[in-house]
Design a protein around this ligand. Structure first.
Ligand code: DP6
Length: 326
């Protein structure tokens, strides 16, 4: 039996598009901050009596696509280990699952650590990042704590598409996540990216935009120019969503509370609070701000009837093995 924990991450420069869907390599790099408050705990048990892999999330048995996904993922470890034993996976999230809140990032990062441990495979962080990427592209970044940069790579086998810690930021960021009242997300990231890549007239322009934004964002984190970083991160997020909206049929993740929160963040910035937003594949708004402003920002973001909760978080640590489930 092996247990691991990993934190989700939220991208400042976003991943939206694949180079090779079968290896799950991204079409461009990305940059994220791992967040302590959004955490997955996962236990992997090799169970010789099982004929199929079994998945439980937060105490509930799960069937269908998520089980197929973890089964295919476990095969990536079982193959090299020469051990075809089925697994029982128990997973617990400290935040709402699959509502566009980066749950696949922490899930597959924790699963990479726990599955490789359960099959006696000792992998270094780079190999773990490559393995986690096969489960979910954003999970490659959750192997690391703090800021992480994902390299898109160019190798045909995906061996150079991994994340690494980004060193040298002089800006310390926390996040307030305005969780919108919502169902599970309607178009998941994997399907959304595929539809965008094949039908959006803006897709190549988006990839070019990421390639320009990625080095600049890292320079701004290092030089400490938070207001310039704010413009860049918001612009990158809106470009990603503009591209998804331009797919046919258009993918629209925003809800009324999403637009309200964007305005609220920009109002706070106009008042002099260094804060900026980003949005993943769901209606929730993440506001990044230095620790001294987190309380104010969180309070302000709670002021809409469709915001059901505001989660606050500091930077998270790297994915790692644990003694037992919490
Ligand atoms: C909008 O990593 O969930 O959160 O690789 O298909 O599993 P798959 O996609 P996923 O996509 C994340 C998309 C995003 C942006 C980001 O995290 O960079």
């Amino acid at each position: 039996m092996a247990v691991a924990t990993a934190c989700a991450n939220i991208a400042l420069v976003k991943y939206w598009g694949k180079r090779d869907a079968s290896l799950n390599t991204p079409a461009a790099g990305s940059l994220s901050l791992t967040l302590d408050r959004l955490r997955t705990w996962t236990e992997v048990l090799r169970e010789p009596g099982l004929s199929e892999d079994v998945l439980e999330i937060d105490g509930k048995a799960v069937t269908g696509r998520p089980v197929e996904r973890i089964s295919r993922f476990a095969d990536l470890v079982r193959g090299p280990a020469g051990d075809q034993t089925r697994v029982r996976v128990r997973s617990h999230n400290t935040f709402p699952t699959a509502a566009g809140l980066a749950s696949s990032a922490s899930a597959f990062a924790a699963l990479a650590v726990a599955t490789s441990d359960a099959f006696g495979q000792s992998l270094d962080p780079r190999a773990l990042s490559i393995l986690a990427r096969r489960g979910s592209g954003s999970a490659a970044r959750s192997i690391f704590g703090g800021f992480a940069v994902m390299h898109e790579g160019s190798a045909a086998d995906g061996s150079d598409a991994f994340a690494e810690p980004m060193q040298g930021s002089t800006i310390e960021l926390c996040a307030a996540v305005a969780v919108a009242k919502a169902e599970e997300k309607k178009v998941g990231s994997t399907d959304g990216m595929e539809l965008t890549k094949t039908t959006s007239p803006f897709h190549q322009a988006w990839i070019d935009c990421v390639n320009r934004d990625l080095p600049v964002a890292q320079d701004l984190l290092r030089s400490g120019d938070i207001m310039a970083l704010a413009e860049l991160v918001e612009g990158n997020c809106l470009a990603m969503h503009a591209n998804a909206m331009a797919a046919r049929p258009g993918i629209l993740y925003f809800r009324p509370s999403t637009l309200w929160a964007l305005e609220e963040v920009r109002t706070m910035r106009a008042e002099g609070i260094p804060v900026f937003f980003t949005i993943d594949a769901g209606p929730h708004v993440v506001a990044f701000t230095p620790p001294e402003h987190l309380g104010t920002v969180a309070k302000r973001l709670a002021g809409h009837p469709e915001v059901q909760d505001v989660l606050t978080s500091g930077p998270g640590e790297a994915a790692h093995a644990a003694e037992s489930m919490p």
